[in-house]
Design a protein around this ligand. Sequence first.
Ligand code: SF4
Length: 362
Amino acid sequence: MIDLRLEIDPLPIVEPLVIRLTHEPSKCETEHDAVLVETNGTRLEYDYNGFSLVLRRRGDENFDGDVILALPGQRTAHRLIRSASPHNTFLVTEQCDQLCVMCSQPPKKYHTDLFSQFAVAASLAPINATIGISGGEPLLHKDRLFSMVEAVALARPDIKFHILSNGQHLIAEDVRRLATIGTERILWGIPLYAADGPNHDRIVGKEGAFHQLQRGLAILMKAGASVELRTVVMQQNKNQLVELADFVFTRLSAIEVWAIMQMERIGYGRMNWATSFQDSSTDFAQIAKAIDLSAARGIPVALYNFPLCSVPAPYREFALSTISDWKRKYLDICEKCGSRAACGGFFEWYSQKEGFAALGAI
Ligand code: SF4
């Protein structure tokens, strides 16, 4: 696992500070750049506008081009952007108005507004980067979020966003703003767990969520937005996947992709693992039917977070490597597997004792 926190010597700051680390003075382009001036074992010293910034690294980590967030009085900095990785996500809030049974990031009551800092960080990202935005529910702070995206769009037209949202907070007036931001700039990852209100609402722990989600999806469609529909397969909804495939075809055929996903064993996902995890390595039938129906009807469909060998051979072409590099691991059985390069592996917190029953090198 890659640690997204870095040990630093505390800085004499009263406001959060965004800094880009650079190892070549010639790449120092903005007031936010700090240039490496000395390396002494694990201790790296940077010059930040005349001030000393000291980091301690583990192993031979390279931070060139990374963007960090330092908070007043703290001995760790958040590694917001790893320049060599395509998996960079800003957790913009931990507040949420749903309580999904498989939630990997259970909501918290309080919110710290760091949107201005996130805007700066995004503007320092490598060229053509796509930055993930997650929570909590980012659209609980919709105006701040849109303002951040607008600011980045102006400063860095090449940057794109992948925003995970429960789709509960969009209103008709948002259509124009979404269109102005540019529909190609954002891919919206929106979860839908069942084709009917009672089942979807039960899974997300919010009455009326399904109805509100349909309105949100309609607004995104009207704005011409790109939507990645996300369905985590669980014991609660595995028998409704075919019905959901019909729903997607009849109501949501303009989506970019329907992502059928495996659970992440952390947060509520860990708490509810025994009653929710669907072992698709031993029972793939409903997923196969949903894929067959969707593929035949021209709905792009993909499997996220499925180890390749947990998927029957005819369906492996749908299984994408989607687990972020910093939280991805492989098991002992993977060592001699010829498909490892194409396989997305497992979440760091996956436990084989409670996991897929039928795995094996392929
Ligand atoms: S054995 Fe191969 S296919 Fe299975 S999880 Fe490991 S790397 Fe992936």
